[in-house]
Design a protein around this ligand. Structure first.
Ligand code: SF4
Length: 386
């Protein structure tokens, strides 16, 4: 890596430093994870345990567990039904902007890619939200690219206030920030924050995130803890599977969530399970293959390790696969998705390019019916404000 790049382990000015040992613990666990040492016997023990330890989780993510996928799926289904009943929660993402100051070499939104950039003004945000609310959805996930300059904290806060008028649950997938900023956004109406760590391998991380604040690995990794300190009710975790060794990344993601759950027992935990998808100008990395079987292994291992966690299945996956995993382990599914900027309202023109191709274009009604046809219950929201 060229020498002028900044040190990815050193905080930039203004970034809050937490007194926390969570990151070190996660990295130590991940570095010690030698998945080839696990045997069929380890997997059987993990499957038979009522409560699964970090060691059990490690066994379930190992290659030795691949022949047990059927059994894992069956047990995951039982755990999911035990804790969530038949409920499958529906939501949609709303991209407010796609400006980004980071240079992630695998992403079409990165600051060097020549794409159409746009940002919704508050009127447009309101119109988009009205259109989404008309579909019956009560949960929205707000996304911006990662540009503090173009989508500052105030802008995101105003968007949360508007969202609060139309939705009962408001999630954020925006750049990591300090705990006082999370506190402000929580006061504006945000309920939960998701941050994708992409990969927990810091050496690999620094070869993929070349410029911008995202290059700072520890600041990103501690985002969920800062969000909880800022008063957010829930936090979401994800590695972009395929960027690096997916078993290690999935293991680190699970351990990260587990340790924060123990430290903040009230926190609502969620996992997303994205795989690398083709994007504009992405010829610089060779994605490591994560096929559907491996993805099922990861999703069911998350469920068996963290029975109460929400698991979201994104539109990067196709209709058939999404329908299957909501029957097994996933509890949240997006619908009526567009990853462009401004495309929900009737008279709106899509002004920004899409971040990635989506593989499931179904409307809210279509996903609703698909959930019902599996004998499951589509749920728009179950949070009651007093
Ligand atoms: S992955 Fe996120 S932060 Fe990175 S370039 Fe894309 S939008 Fe920006």
């Amino acid at each position: 890596m060229s020498e002028e790049r900044i040190n990815h382990m050193e905080y930039m000015t203004g970034m809050e430093v937490l007194e926390s040992d969570v990151m070190d613990k996660v990295i130590n666990h991940m570095e010690a994870y030698d998945y080839d040492k696990y045997t069929e016997t380890d997997v059987r023990i993990a499957l038979n345990n009522d409560y699964r330890t970090i060691e059990d989780f490690a066994a379930l993510l190992s290659p030795a567990a691949m022949p047990f996928l059927e059994e894992m799926a069956q047990l995951a289904k039982e755990e999911t039904r035990k804790h969530f009943g038949n409920s499958v929660y529906m939501f949609t993402p709303l991209y407010l902007a796609n400006y980004c100051e980071n240079y992630c070499i695998y992403c079409g939104f990165n600051c060097h890619n020549k794409i159409r950039r746009a940002k919704l003004n508050f009127d447009e945000i309101e119109k988009e939200m009205q259109a989404i609310a008309k579909t019956g959805l009560e949960e929205v996930l707000l996304l911006t690219g990662e540009s503090r300059k173009m989508s500052d904290v105030k802008y995101i806060g105003e968007a949360c206030k508007i969202a609060r008028k139309y939705f009962k649950m408001v999630g954020l997938e925006v750049y990591p920030m300090n705990s006082d900023e999370y506190e402000y956004l929580q006061e504006c109406g945000a309920d939960f924050v998701t941050v994708f760590q992409e990969t927990y391998n810091s050496d690999k991380y620094e070869t993929l995130h070349l410029e911008g604040h995202k290059r700072i690995f520890p600041y990103r990794l501690n985002a969920q803890e800062r969000a909880l300190k800022g008063g957010m009710r829930g936090v979401g975790f994800a590695a972009l599977l395929g960027l690096d060794d997916f078993r290690k990344d999935a293991f680190a993601t699970g351990v990260h969530a587990y340790l924060l759950q123990r430290k903040y027992p009230h926190a609502e935990i969620a996992f997303s399970c994205p795989r690398l998808r083709p994007i504009i100008n992405n010829d610089k990395i060779n994605p490591k293959d994560v096929h559907e079987k491996q993805l099922v292994q990861v999703i069911t291992a998350y469920r068996l390790f963290m029975p109460f966690a929400n698991i979201t299945i994104s539109t990067r996956e196709c209709e058939r696969f999404r329908n299957n995993v909501i029957g097994l382990a996933a509890t949240k599914i997006s619908a009526g998705v567009s990853t462009g900027i401004g495309s929900h309202a009737e008279d709106a023109e899509d002004r920004g390019d899409n971040q990635f191709e989506i593989a499931d274009n179904r409307s809210v009604d279509e996903v609703y019916e698909a959930i019902k046809s599996k004998g499951l219950q589509p749920v728009m929201n179950d949070y009651v404000y007093l």
